[in-house]
Design a protein around this ligand. Sequence first.
Ligand code: ADE
Length: 239
Amino acid sequence: MKINVLTLFPDMFKPLETSLLGRALEDKKWDLNLVNFRDFTTDVHHHVDDTPYGGGAGMVLQIMPIKKALDSLENKGKVIITAPQGKTFDQAMAKRFSTEENLTFICGHYEGFDQRVYDLADEVVSIGDYVLTGGELPTMSMIDATVRLIPGILGNFASTEEESFADGLLEYPQYTRPAEFEGKKVPEVLMSGHHANIARWRLKEALKATLLHRPDLLENRAMTDEEKELLTEIKSELD
Ligand code: ADE
């Protein structure tokens, strides 16, 4: 997958060159093309913004440099604008993005885009109901969540299928040595070696965590008989 990012601050993307994604980048398992759209301005001062028509405070990002930067790309694929008014990013969206050959993110900064910039995008996406100073951090979050789902990126690190959200439930608790720490013991069942009991315990704990912290995730879930049974058990224990 090749990801293009149109940004005024390409240096902000350094974190993607570290850790797991950085190694995968070195191994050419994905590619990142940072494009500063200021390079596509034609005036001597390289302005990317101007005052708003109709007056008012602040500046507005102009369409021309962004359009030219987009047109310069070999293959833009799906074009995504990050903005607080967009559809909220979630794991399903990350999964969908991870199947694309090319993605292009357009990041604004401080100020809004000229409305016509939105016509250049296939999707407008937000990472949550809060306002950041720019689209760079949202873009990095989305790239991280997306790229790690590309087959072969995580290697031995995880089965993405077992973790939070992958199957619509929060994660069950995990433990490692020591078996007891300051009086807190690892649940007996995890040390029993009984695989079926362990699997049932993990499913129950995942259901319990979801019921307690994200009950909305259970609302439209097609439950198996085992899940229904465990949920009844959990509810009676909590009463
Ligand atoms: N740009 C500024 N705030 C944002 C948010 N919450 N999501 C996506 N892009 C943004």
